[in-house]
Write a protein that binds this ligand. Structure first.
Ligand SMILES: [Zn+2]
Length: 216
């Protein structure tokens, strides 16, 4: 893993260190923060950086078959991908034809299934929560699982289809709760916990799937 350091100066007041899934280190700091100070900071935080980089490496190793599209996750279960004679086989579960790029074909197939399942799930929770939304759409966002705007339009990331059903439920309840509260206040989480009492646990497992956001 090649670790690059990126320095992002802006009008912010505080300093933050972040490490992405490629092992790149980002230093966010105020405009006048000197390079010497940054070097000192990196020295001070050496232990933290090393621990984090190791974690990224372990995660990438664990997920390497998904990252290289040898395997695919569907509703939290993993399946082998086999391609031959312009046919894709996903475990013993699904099989369909493709012409050019198998990854592209897989993406389209996932998007179609995501459309069906995610919309049904959202509808289900909207009924239970008695919280009607305006419209729902699928996104391919790289950072967010879902969103809800002030016009009550909900967007769900098609990659959610790769996560276990309980994670999909959580994201649906989360976005629907934004119809009542557009923030992440105490009241908001109280509403989420009414329907998903163990939401904290599920929220953590959703974050473990963040590598999925980079796929396709
Ligand atoms: Zn939110």
């Amino acid at each position: 893993m090649q670790n690059k350091i990126y320095i992002k100066r802006s009008s912010r007041k505080s300093i933050a260190l972040k490490i992405d899934s490629n092992g790149n280190i980002f230093v966010y700091c105020p405009l006048r923060y000197s390079t010497d100070k940054i070097i000192n900071l990196l020295q001070e935080k050496k232990q933290w950086i090393q621990t984090h980089l190791q974690r990224v490496q372990v995660q990438n190793e664990t997920n390497k078959d998904f990252i290289s599209y040898k395997k695919i996750l569907i509703l939290g279960k993993d399946y082998d991908i086999k391609c031959s004679n312009n046919k894709i086989n996903i475990g013993n579960l699904y099989s369909f034809d493709y012409s050019k790029d198998y990854i592209d074909a897989l993406k389209k197939w996932l998007q179609k299934r995501a459309g069906e399942i995610l919309k049904t799930k959202l509808e289900y929770w909207a009924n239970i929560m008695k919280t009607p939304y305006n419209r729902v759409g699928l996104t391919s966002a790289r950072k967010k699982w879902g969103s809800c705007d002030n016009k009550h339009m909900i967007r769900l990331n098609f990659r959610l289809i790769m996560l276990p059903m309980e994670c999909i439920d959580y994201v649906c309840v989360h976005e629907l709760s934004h119809i009542l509260q557009l923030n992440h206040s105490k009241k908001f989480w109280q509403n989420v916990s009414k329907y998903i009492p163990n939401y904290k646990e599920i929220k953590k497992s959703v974050s473990q799937y963040s590598f999925v956001l980079k796929l396709f």
